[in-house]
Design a protein around this ligand. Structure first.
Ligand SMILES: [Zn+2]
Ligand SMILES: [Zn+2]
Length: 245
């Protein structure tokens, strides 16, 4: 997920879409170096898998990537080195020419450049996952993926994080009936809970995110249709989707 604020680039998580984003950034900047802030919610494969395939990390020594995430379980620097170690990947990490900086982030509030306020909170997910709330003069964006409902403290923390946001991007991996039948404890949510979160937090627009890989577009369309019976401003995230604030 990419956020643009003027000429500043912020990226949230590095799954398979990160590879595509890398190509787009190379097309956009060509030989011109650029800087991006990269926030990583946690280290499950679907959030880091695109990293070795992100071309701007290799291409230009002038490129600068400022990685920020919790190192409660392991440092991202180590995770990146591990996932590229033999025999998992043929390219050595030394081939990455771009400048990489790693900063530790825990739950709390930090001021980024441009005066942007970033609030972070832990979500309810196996091995942990961090949710992000970005406050800018143009609006408030909350990226809260990989979260299971049902724990009172986490449920409250999530609603606080999402409070009054213009856009809430939230985990809706399962159908409610799938969740009830066989996915409790797997660390994910469903669209019915997503609707509860947007309504109870006073966030304005809900973007259903982290779709189950087994769900077809037809299933997602049906989910959006059903969700709109409860709350009108609901959309499902899709590759290439753009939201202007
Ligand atoms: Zn996860
Ligand atoms: Zn995930």
């Amino acid at each position: 997920m990419e956020v643009r604020l003027g000429d500043q680039i912020y990226i949230f998580d590095c799954g398979t879409g990160f590879r595509v984003l890398g190509q787009q950034l190379q097309n956009e900047f060509g030989e011109k170096p650029f800087t991006a802030h990269v926030f990583v919610s946690h280290f499950h494969w679907d959030h880091i898998q695109g990293m070795p395939f992100f071309r701007p990390l290799y291409a230009n020594a002038g490129n600068r990537f400022i990685f920020q995430c919790s190192n409660r379980t392991r440092s991202l620097k180590q995770v990146l080195a591990d996932q590229m170690a033999a025999p998992y990947f043929p390219v050595k990490i030394d081939y990455m020419q771009a400048r990489r900086e790693f900063y530790d982030l825990d739950a709390g509030r930090v001021t980024l450049d441009n005066g942007i306020q970033m609030q972070t909170a832990w979500l309810n997910h196996p091995q942990g996952c961090m949710g992000f709330r970005m406050e800018t003069k143009d609006g408030i964006l909350v990226y809260a993926t990989d979260n299971e409902p049902g724990d009172a403290a986490f449920d409250k923390g999530l609603r606080k994080l999402a409070e009054g946001a213009d856009v809430l991007i939230y985990d809706a991996q399962y159908l409610p009936e799938e969740y009830e039948a066989r996915r409790r404890g797997w660390g994910h949510s469903h669209w019915r809970e997503a609707v509860n979160v947007v309504m109870e937090s006073g966030a304005k627009e809900l973007i259903l995110f982290h779709h189950d890989p087994e769900h077809t577009d037809a299933i997602i369309d049906k989910v959006v249709h059903e969700a709109r019976n409860y709350y009108s401003k609901v959309r499902a995230a899709s590759e290439g989707m753009e939201i202007k604030l």
